[in-house]
Design a protein around this ligand. Structure first.
Ligand SMILES: [Fe+2]
Ligand SMILES: [Fe+2]
Length: 258
């Protein structure tokens, strides 16, 4: 279960210079609205937000992030893709911080539709490069995750903590009251990920390509934008499962028949 005090977030990794923080469960999540996770990396006093989320979460994410860092020290924001639950708060975040935003170049021309956006602060990852150097010299590595599920899609690997932020990949959807913060029993967890991945992910050709890149990084945790965080043996179990899972266009006939 997710404990009541988890609404204030939890530090998933910490050393002298570096923290990787889950920004907590929304205690007032409305039913019918997809649950989302936001994460904050603090490296030598500078912050990177990962998929800080949509407009309706903005006030809560600001309040929780502020418990850990002053907002004027957030200098980078990563968007895994263009979905509203990831990035519809873009204009608000640009207004309240001086951060630059990193997102697939495919979405640069689309994001202004979420509000007035200073384009000079929105950077296309394909043009920028694979690695965002953090204040301490540690690297946040952008990992291609195209078609999982978005056409232009990235994961972000925090080399210092060994935590991979995977966006929608690995997302779980829990029945009310069954939420957990960590996946410790992968077999039991399958019931909460199969439906989402079958319909939202493009194909096992796309997933196996991503899994190969990720296995080479040997992540210690996989932290998705929805649901629980994979740790321990569930990391490798999830990757093995996802590489072979038939989804999207692999099962298009079953989708059309519905
Ligand atoms: Fe999405
Ligand atoms: Fe999502």
């Amino acid at each position: 279960m997710i404990a009541a005090d988890d609404k204030n977030g939890k530090i998933l990794y910490e050393d002298q210079d570096h923290k990787f923080i889950w920004l907590g469960a929304d205690p007032e999540a409305a039913s019918g609205v997809v649950q989302t996770n936001q994460y904050l990396i603090i490296d030598k006093g500078k912050g990177v937000l990962l998929d800080p989320g949509g407009i309706h979460l903005f006030a809560r994410v600001v309040a929780i992030a502020s418990r850990y860092i002053s907002l004027d020290r957030i200098d980078s924001i990563f968007f895994s893709h263009q979905d509203p639950d990831v990035s519809s708060g873009i204009a608000l975040w640009l207004g309240i911080t001086s951060a630059k935003i990193y997102v697939s170049s495919l979405w640069l021309r689309f994001l202004p539709h979420f509000g007035v956006v200073d384009q000079s602060r929105v950077i296309g990852i394909e043009n920028y490069g694979n690695v965002l150097k953090l204040q301490s010299g540690a690297a946040l590595r952008f990992v291609q995750a195209h078609f999982l599920h978005s056409t232009g899609n990235f994961s972000a690997f925090d080399e210092k903590s060994g935590i991979l932020f995977s966006g929608d990949i690995g997302a779980s959807v829990f029945p009310e009251g069954r939420e957990v913060l960590f996946v410790d029993d992968f077999d039991a967890h399958l019931a909460f990920i199969e439906g989402f991945h079958r319909r939202y992910m493009a194909s096992s050709k796309a997933s196996s390509r991503w899994v190969r890149s990720v296995q080479a990084l040997s992540p210690k945790m996989i932290a998705p934008q929805h649901g629980a965080v994979y740790r321990g043996p569930s990391v490798a179990r999830f990757l093995e499962w996802f590489a072979r899972f038939e989804c999207g266009v692999d099962v298009i006939d079953s989708i059309y028949s519905k």
